[in-house]
Design a protein around this ligand. Structure first.
Ligand code: AP5
Ligand code: MG
Ligand code: ZN
Length: 208
């Protein structure tokens, strides 16, 4: 059997990264995340400026920049979990021309919980591990379990930028979720449980 081709949709803080990492391990497929790819290249000059200016404001990075990342990442992937893409209808159309999707899952989480998750998130600048001060704390406060580096906050995890990211999601990405619902491809998964509960529901969706 070919490896599964999965996209995981959901608002900022829904747990896309947390769950995509697990799915990629479970099914031995690539975890393709436009957010991480853009953060790794945030100061690279493009025809549209640097990714950093858009990301720090909570706005979408222009489609040509993001589409190129996705084309390259999917070119040699034998199965994938795509996290953070597509984020608008044009990206969804672009994607439809290059892959056949097996699973489109969307995580739903109430807005006040999203804000709590994002403002409490801590990340490892060295190995990209993700923590939460309350929900997923490291063994030793402030340092990474995996590599010992000092944990930091993402530049866009301030309360104001989080609100703007949620607004941008409603305006641009909620229509993508509607689009997959209308075409009968979408499975909505309750993202407001423990990480284990959400993972179990996602696995059932992929294997359905
Ligand atoms: P991106 O990096 O994709 O950010 P996002 O969509 O805002 O989502 P997050 O990564 O913040 O949240 P997540 O759903 O991955 O949650 P996580 O698992 O970390 O994009 C950032 C920016 O890049 C965009 O604003 C844009 O500028 C640009 N960009 C990216 N893709 C683009 C595209 N396609 N087009 C244009 N621009 C693009 O979890 C969050 C926290 O909650 C963590 O602390 C975690 O430990 C905790 N947590 C997770 N699950 C649970 C749970 N079940 N219970 C309790 N806590 C939990
Ligand atoms: Mg993420
Ligand atoms: Zn680390």
């Amino acid at each position: 059997m070919n490896q599964p081709q999965i996209i995981l949709l959901g608002p900022p803080g829904a747990g896309k990264g947390t769950q995509s990492t697990r799915l990629a391990e479970e099914y031995d497929v690539d975890h393709v995340t436009t957010g991480d790819a853009l953060r790794a290249n945030r100061d690279v000059e493009t025809d549209h400026g640097t990714p950093r200016e858009y990301m720090e404001a909570g706005e979408l990075v222009p489609d040509p920049v993001v589409n190129e990342i996705v084309v390259e990442a999917l070119a040699d992937a034998d199965g994938f979990v795509l996290d953070g893409y597509p984020r608008n209808l044009d990206q969804a159309e672009f994607l439809a021309d290059i892959v056949d999707l097996d699973t489109v899952a969307s995580l739903s989480v109430p807005e006040d919980e999203l804000v709590r998750r994002l403002t409490g998130r801590r990340i490892c600048p060295d190995c990209d591990a993700t923590y939460h001060v309350e929900f997923a704390p490291p063994a030793e406060a402030g340092s990474c379990d995996d590599c010992g580096a000092e944990l930091t906050q993402r530049d866009d995890d301030t309360e104001d930028t989080v609100r703007e990211r949620l607004r941008v999601y409603e305006e641009n990405t909620a229509p993508v979720v509607d689009h997959y619902r209308e075409t009968g491809k979408l499975t909505e998964v309750d993202g407001d449980g423990t990480p284990d509960e959400v993972f179990t529901a996602l696995r059932e969706t992929v294997e359905a």
